[in-house]
Design a protein around this ligand. Structure first.
Ligand SMILES: *Cc1c(COP(=O)(O)O)cnc(C)c1O
Length: 236
């Protein structure tokens, strides 16, 4: 093993230990938290190392970047899209990813559903929520979330399995706690509506800086880049 992959294996163990501590602190089963490696700008060797270390979920931000990596690596883990999806990339995304975590508008939902119908398979998605209403970020606003889900409920092949969010950047992870809590409460509220095709099991929230707090508030998927790989290279 070269030194880079040794580091990644050690980082993986450290993160898993933090996950265990945070889960137990809040009375949760550590097994109920999935560790997703956020792999944007990481090369194929790094991704292979993180999977060798034990990661089972990979999150990519860009369709094209994921295409290259997936071609080289195949089905070594479950690939999710965690970056914004443009409508003209929807077809490629459906072929590449097991789950699209960034659904945030009805037009895209319609295109994804149509792809599902064409291929006679269900399309698994999470809805990305822009909790603080930040102009610079994608994601559906809190007020548009339930109306969007009511429309999605009418589709045939789209299955909404979770919510995803990236709270505003904060110096102190405690500042993000209220957003994580809010996402959990939205999940529970929506599940109580019993909408067709909407069964929210997953809360994808928490990154290197704030995943401990996210787990305490109910995260089932944490998306970690820096704590696994070290500082991100600018590009591959
Ligand atoms: C980059 C990225 C992450 C991981 O960020 P780190 O701070 O490096 O852990 C998680 N989620 C999304 C959507 C990202 O783009």
């Amino acid at each position: 093993m070269d030194s880079a992959s040794t580091d990644i294996a050690a980082n993986y163990r450290a993160v898993m230990e933090e996950i265990r501590v945070a889960a137990e602190k809040s009375g949760r089963d550590p097994q109920s938290v999935k560790l997703m490696a956020a792999t944007k700008t990481q090369g194929v060797a790094q991704i292979r190392s993180v999977v060798d270390a034990g990661v089972r979920f990979l999150g990519e931000n860009y369709v094209q970047e994921a295409q290259t990596k997936r071609k080289a690596l195949g089905d070594i883990a479950e690939w999710h899209l965690i970056g914004h999806l443009q409508r003209n990339k929807a077809k490629a995304a459906v072929e590449l990813f097991s789950v699209i975590q960034s659904l945030d508008n009805l037009g895209l939902a319609r295109i994804l559903d149509r792809e599902g119908c064409k291929n006679e398979r269900d399309i698994r998605v999470f809805v990305e929520v822009n909790l603080a209403g930040e102009e610079s970020k994608t994601g559906v606003s809190r007020t548009d979330l339930i109306p969007l889900l009511r429309e999605v409920a009418k589709f045939e092949r789209l299955k909404v399995e979770g919510l995803m969010s990236i709270p505003p950047a904060a110096a102190d992870p405690e500042e993000s706690r209220r957003y994580f809590r809010e996402l959990r409460m939205l999940r529970d509220t929506i599940n109580d509506l019993s909408l067709e095709n909407v069964r929210l099991e997953e809360l994808s929230m928490g990154m290197t800086q704030d995943y401990r707090v996210a787990i305490e508030e109910g995260a089932t998927i944490v998306r970690i880049g820096t704590a696994l790989f070290g500082p991100r290279p600018a590009k591959i």
